[in-house]
Write a protein that binds this ligand. Structure first.
Ligand SMILES: C[S@@+](CC[C@H](N)C(=O)[O-])C[C@H]1O[C@@H](n2cnc3c(N)ncnc32)[C@H](O)[C@@H]1O
Length: 301
């Protein structure tokens, strides 16, 4: 599908863009939110784990974009919870018109710094806005975007439904929704492979130690934050109900999830071989089923 050239999508109403936005303040006050871990997240971006995550997601996304839109299309993209804007900037360098939206002041500042280092052409294709994804329907009309990304966000929310419903509404017919979540079907892998047997048993029993028998894939993430995983079957059902059925899914970080936070990148040719191993595992059963993260791509008919 080849789309006409697009301009970056302008919000329907004024969006808060200052670091003191009410949205950022509300988010920071939420006990399960991301903000308490923002500095630790930013400090680890150069490590192996994040590099594998971003590179794998980027390759998987490119594959699906080629299949859905062909190579030439400049798409209208919204990256919800864009953080430091790794994927937003990659897409803008490929010619797409990208809006990054994030409620956290520190990560948004990091995104602005990264954007300032890009060429004027790329800067012209990107806007960075402060706000929560759940509110995006207030600023953007139905079908405003061809591609919506929501990577590493749902784990910080009490439930995925409201945000996914808001994103489904602004996705254009034929559009793609790319969702990256902590894999609720593989939660025992991280503690188990690290020799944390109590943690592994808790994860196998439903994800926490409450003992109430509830199906609750909760965990404490590597930033030390209480977070929530999602099971693929449940997300697949939710997306189908929102008329964005899953057309492909991948695992992300099958082999390198236990690397230390600050583990540096290996040199070549080891790095290429590592990425090839991760990429192949991320598309193959049974490996992808227990990846640390799963990447689901839903398509609006
Ligand atoms: C772990 S970072 C991921 C950043 C980026 N998407 C990536 O994958 O590299 C999570 C981001 O989600 C943002 N976030 C948390 N709750 C959000 C919400 N309700 N709406 C939009 N973004 C949110 C945080 O501020 C943070 O920047």
């Amino acid at each position: 599908m080849v789309l006409p050239a697009q301009r970056v999508v302008q919000p329907l109403a004024a969006l808060p863009s200052s670091h003191a936005s009410p949205h950022a303040a509300a988010h920071a006050a939420s006990p399960g939110g991301f903000t308490p871990g923002a500095q630790a997240w930013l400090a680890r971006l150069g490590g192996l784990r994040n590099m594998v995550r971003q590179e794998l997601v980027s390759r998987q996304l490119d594959e699906q974009l080629r299949a859905r839109f062909g190579v030439a299309a400049p798409l209208r993209v919204l990256d919800v919870g864009c953080g430091q804007a790794t994927q937003a900037l990659r897409l803008a360098r490929r010619g797409h018109q990208v809006t990054g939206l994030d409620p956290d002041p520190a990560t948004l500042a990091s995104a602005r710094q990264a954007l300032a280092l890009e060429s004027p052409e790329v800067q012209h294709r990107v806007q960075l806005l402060s706000g929560s994804g759940e509110d995006c329907g207030r600023w953007f009309g139905p079908a405003a975007f061809d591609l919506v990304l929501c990577h590493g966000v749902l784990m910080y929310l009490p439930e995925p439904g409201p945000l996914l419903a808001a994103l489904a509404r602004i996705l254009a017919p034929g559009g793609l929704l790319s969702v990256l979540v902590r894999n609720g079907d593989g939660l025992a892998m991280r503690p188990g492979l690290a020799g944390d047997w109590a943690g592994a048993v808790a994860a196998l029993c439903g994800g926490d130690n409450s003992g109430d028998g509830a199906e609750r894939p909760d965990y404490t993430n590597r930033l030390g934050l209480p977070t929530r995983a999602d099971r693929r079957e449940t997300l697949t059902r939710t997306l189908a109900e929102l008329d964005v059925p899953v057309r492909a899914w991948y695992g992300v970080r099958v082999f390198t999830d236990l690397a230390p936070d600050e583990a540096p990148l290996p040199g070549e040719p080891e790095l290429s071989a590592l990425l090839e191993a991760e990429e192949r595992a991320g598309r193959s059963d049974p490996y992808r089923q227990v990846a640390a993260l799963i990447h689901l791509l839903g398509a609006r008919p």
